[in-house]
Design a protein around this ligand. Sequence first.
Ligand code: 13P
Length: 279
Amino acid sequence: MPLVSGLDVIQECTARGLVAGAFNTTNIETTMGIVDAIEKVGVPTFIQVAPTNAALSGFEYIYDMVSRRLAETRVPVALHLDHGKSLGAVEDALAADFTSIMIDASEEPYDENVRISSIAREMTPADLALEAELGSIGGKEDDHGPEVELSTDPSQVEGFVTAVRPDMLAVSVGNVHGYSPTAAIDFDLLAQVRAASSVPLVVHGGSGLPPEQLGRLHEFGVVKVNVASDLRNAMIRAFGEAYAANPQEVSLIRVSTQAVAAISDVVERRIRMLNPSAA
Ligand code: 13P
């Protein structure tokens, strides 16, 4: 089916009590691995790319690749801009027909975050989803880290959501991008944020969180969980292992096919961890 709006993914997941995985792609192998897993599990999903990872190809190429691979798929999937750190990135993703947008002005002071995120709201058509971030998530997204790392302040949530009107809110509640040994959800803080938010929540940093924590997020109003490092590492590991086993290896297609299978396996396991009742 054609790409659906992020609003449709949110709506269907909310109605079915599911949490959507949001998996970062960079290339054809990652895209194929993600979609193979989605087809097996049947849970609505976001496929996403941050500007840092679209640097190689551009948003149009990512759109073409993802929409072409999804044409024969029956599971609803939205193409999401991850960590749009500028209004220019939002504009570029919309021009490339992305169906879901993140504005991330979370490193700015509160008022500036509200101002920039509100402009992104105005730019984003009402039938597409907008994610905004309050509190700044630590760790590194690929090799880019935030200058500020700050937990979401529950007392700011209601005002932020009222002012910006996002469709979902990314929160910083102990989650960290990448493989951090200290990543752990503070469920008390998450519960306070949830109580203050009229929109569903997004948890970034899905690779480093323990499975039992991922399996509880649906109880706390979380509708979307981002996973990137795990997929990237699966692909790099497939190539690393092939080279280590045979430095003369030249079958790119064999190793690429192994990488797709490894990525698919990671995605399937993450979707099942997020949705223990659907497993
Ligand atoms: P991980 O790399 O920890 O999975 O986090 C990904 C992410 O949150 C992308 O926005």
